[in-house]
Design a protein around this ligand. Structure first.
Ligand code: ATP
Ligand code: MG
Length: 161
């Protein structure tokens, strides 16, 4: 269906803010959104699941008190969503593999954090099925940025500008 992405991302962010507060955690979520309304043609349940997984990872793999920056911007034909954390980061050699099924950086450490190593594999499937791309940039001990690009549906509001 045609979805207002600003609203959808806000909805996900608000739930994480509640989760952070109710667990007495101190992560700070910063929002950098385009002022335009972005419409995308997506299965909203599936894309919410993707955003949830990446937000969940940002919290899971970064220390409490860290900042998580959620941004939304548009290019000519695409919208780009990014979620940046100040966590442990991902070693260069593993940047591609984090999207593989069951792949987890540092088995011992991730085992104690729980999870199956499927979240990003599922996320990649969902985004690719929507004609989009998902990728990550990361620096060890500094943090990671996950990016999602999706085809952008220009609507009348934009045509008038
Ligand atoms: P789950 O299936 O519950 O999501 P998971 O979080 O281990 O389990 P993925 O979300 O697929 O699985 O992530 C795969 C691996 O990539 C993680 O185990 C972790 O090692 C690494 N990873 C993912 N996100 C981050 C991040 N924001 N910072 C550092 N490492 C990350
Ligand atoms: Mg995960």
């Amino acid at each position: 269906e045609l979805v207002n992405l600003n609203e959808m991302f806000n909805f996900v962010i608000e739930r994480f803010e509640m989760l952070i507060t109710s667990n007495n955690m101190n992560y700070k979520i910063r929002k950098e959104f385009t002022r335009r309304t972005i419409w995308v043609e997506v299965d909203s349940d599936k894309v919410i699941q993707v955003l949830d997984n990446i937000m969940n990872n940002a919290i899971k793999y970064s220390p409490d008190g860290g900042e998580i920056t959620c941004s939304l911007l548009e290019t000519h034909n695409n919208v780009i969503i990014s979620i940046a954390d100040q966590g442990m980061g991902i070693p260069k050699r593993d940047l591609k593999r984090v999207f593989d099924r069951f792949f987890r950086v540092d088995k011992a450490r991730s085992r104690s954090l729980g999870g199956s190593g499927l979240g990003l594999a599922i996320s990649r499937d969902v985004i690719q099925n929507h004609g989009g791309t998902i990728w990550v940039e990361s620096e060890e001990a500094k943090g990671s940025v996950f990016y999602i690009s999706l085809p952008y549906v220009p609507v009348e509001e934009d045509l008038w500008e």
